[in-house]
Write a protein that binds this ligand. Structure first.
Ligand SMILES: [Zn+2]
Length: 60
């Protein structure tokens, strides 16, 4: 099953906890009207979806 990890393009690290990956089509925070996310890696506030790169991962 395909799963999605959100990468913060500003720092290149994961924007969410590395254990927090999302089933495809169920990335709830991307659908929120007021999108904000605190980057897990650099702790910057991400307010623009364009700052995220979504990567498919295959759990081991
Ligand atoms: Zn970051």
């Amino acid at each position: 099953m395909s799963r999605i990890l959100a990468i913060h393009t500003g720092c290149g690290g994961p924007a969410t906890d590395e254990d927090t990956i999302y089933p495809e089509q169920q990335i709830s925070f991307l659908n929120d009207e007021a999108f904000t996310l605190t980057c897990f890696t650099c702790l910057d506030e991400i307010s623009d979806r364009e700052e995220l790169r979504l990567t498919e991962v295959n759990p081991q």
